[in-house]
Design a protein around this ligand. Structure first.
Ligand code: AMP
Length: 534
């Protein structure tokens, strides 16, 4: 489809004109919202915001629970100004940082949310706009408190170079960086994703990703709107409800992070009948490495292709994706460039030839113009017009990208580099192991050593010694974990991704040698026990 839309507002207006009665937004137990309904809601809310004194270029923070109003509030704000969705779980201290770093002009907060954001804004003199969901009306419709009459100034509209979305990097070791993404960045990425997945107006995406993260906002919401399809906005990845949603809302695809896929897989067996009658065309995974074993199990369980994509906030999400059939998808690879150009660059800025392993770099219409107010970060991130992703990888002879690790996460064991992903994949081969995260543990002699946190499968048991022995039979000595800890759940970040950096400290692992557990650790025996643990 040729796409003359330059901004998100154009995109919604165009769909409303072409297919006014088609469904844009849905949610469990709510009436659907058509494109005509969405467009008029965005116009009305946009006018209301302008009436409150919000002008193009202003930043409006949004703190809302996951759901259809978060999707429409993002679109409405981005239609007239710059939207900045924030994690509704942030505490006061975090909100202080994010709201001041953003230089927020106003905050939109869900009326039902008990968030410290209101107090923080009061203290900082930032106006608070309450959002009241219209639960009796179509999904995504809401009213704004202190709604003013539309502004008398003529609104010229937003342009492709205006900032539409502001997000912070997750930065687990350093201060999060502010990533501005323009209307053109968002439109380009939505187009790339809908083309890669061959989305049509008949497609229905089930969104389980948080909508304060780029993955949900772009891969689920914006790409669906670009294709004229529907997006079903759930409250989040509530695994016990997942198969009920699949059955009643009949999505043709869903996208999630690997930890969510693994939780969903855990219930696939007991929901076989629902899966058999589900119209799923494919399943998409992104934002963290999908172990090939999990990909194979997902494909078997859902009887449809599972495509792994490579995404990043600074790239407005998608950079590469495995193609759908008839082209081949390669387990362990994040697929072909799917939007930006992709190359491999050494430390000195030289682009390397196919097969060489070094830093993955990108350039193209979906890449941020640069971090805000951060010349040092920009100088480090951009080399000769290429953006350095901080990820390490190589391109194979067919142009498929393989990620070998995150440069910052590579474990440096006395000079010997260990890719934690490689150790994850080996341990996952053990029949008792359901999930693994390998990480660097401090070591008095070597600086860092290899450790792994493991979640066992239901009813299985394993000792630390047995896990280490298993890894030792498949990996070179320097890559074998010296510690394996057993957990009920892998600690995850707010977007559901496993967090390797800082995990040793979180688990209280110091440089001192630990006693080897003698008794085997046993996992919850039944689904009920598992739910209780969760
Ligand atoms: P975010 O900005 O939160 O989307 O995180 C971006 C980072 O997630 C990337 O730089 C990668 O380190 C990681 N990532 C995203 N997709 C994948 C993938 N399919 N495989 C491995 N790592 C990934």
């Amino acid at each position: 489809m040729d796409d003359p839309s330059a901004t998100l507002a154009d995109l919604a207006a165009r769909q409303a004109q072409q297919q006014p009665d088609a469904i844009a937004i849905e949610a469990p137990d709510r009436q659907p919202l058509t494109y005509a309904g969405l467009h008029s809601h965005l116009m009305q809310i946009g006018a209301g915001l302008l009436g409150m004194g919000i002008a193009p270029g202003d930043r409006v923070a949004i703190v809302l629970p996951n759901g259809p109003e978060m999707a429409t509030a993002f679109l409405a704000v981005a239609g007239v100004a710059a939207s900045a969705p924030l994690n509704p779980d942030y505490r006061a201290e975090e909100l202080e940082f994010y709201l001041s770093d953003l230089n927020a002009k106003a905050l939109i907060v869900g009326s039902t949310l008990d968030s410290p954001a209101r107090d923080v804004c009061k203290k900082r003199g930032i106006p608070v706009i309450e959002l009241y969901p219209r639960t009796d009306a179509a999904a995504g419709l809401f009213t704004l408190g202190n709604d003013a009459s539309p502004a008398s100034v003529v609104f010229q509209g937003t342009g492709p170079d205006d900032v539409a979305l502001l997000l912070h990097t997750s930065g687990s070791t350093s201060r999060p960086k502010l990533v501005p993404l323009t209307q053109a960045n968002l439109i380009a990425s939505a187009k790339h994703i809908s083309q890669t997945l061959r989305l049509t107006p008949a497609d229905r995406c089930l969104n389980v990703m948080p909508l304060f993260h780029i993955h949900g906002l772009i891969a689920a919401v914006t790409s669906s709107l670009r294709a004229g399809g529907s997006v079903i906005c759930t409250p989040g990845c509530l695994v016990p409800k997942f198969f009920g949603w699949i059955d009643t809302l009949r999505p043709t695809w869903y996208t999630a992070v690997p930890t969510m896929h693994q939780m969903i897989l855990g219930r696939a067996e007991t929901n076989k009948e629902i899966i058999a009658r589900a119209p799923l065309r494919f399943v998409r995974s992104s934002s963290a490495a999908l172990p090939p074993k999990i990909m194979a199990e997902l494909e078997k369980a859902f009887a449809c292709p599972v495509v792994e994509a490579y995404g990043m906030t600074e790239a407005t999400h998608q950079m590469a994706c495995n193609p759908l059939p008839p082209l081949g998808r390669k387990p362990g690879s994040v697929g072909l460039a799917a939007g930006p150009e992709i190359a491999i660059m050494d430390d000195g800025g030289t682009l390397l030839s196919q097969g060489a392993t070094a830093e993955i770099v990108i350039r193209g219409a979906n890449v941020t113009p640069g971090y805000e107010n951060n010349p040092a970060a920009n100088a480090a991130a951009f080399t000769n017009g290429w953006f350095r992703t901080g990820d390490q990888g190589y391109l194979d002879e067919e142009g498929y990208l393989f990620i070998t690790g995150r440069l910052k996460e590579i474990i440096n064991r006395g000079g010997e580099k260990v890719s934690p992903r490689e150790v994850d994949e080996v341990l996952l081969e053990h029949p008792a192991i359901a999930q693994v995260v390998t990480f660097a543990a401090p070591d008095a002699r070597l600086g860092e050593t290899v450790a792994a946190a493991v979640v066992l499968k239901q009813g299985m048991n394993l000792t630390e010694e047995q896990a280490i022995e298993f890894a030792g039979s498949r990996l070179a000595d320097f890559k074998v974990p010296t510690r394996v800890v057993f957990l009920d759940q892998i600690p995850k970040g707010p977007t559901g991704k496993m967090q390797r950096i800082g995990l040793a400290a979180k688990l209280g692992i110091t440089g001192a040698p630990a006693p080897i557990a003698a008794a085997p650790v046993t996992r919850a025996l039944t689904q009920t026990e598992e739910d209780l643990v969760a």
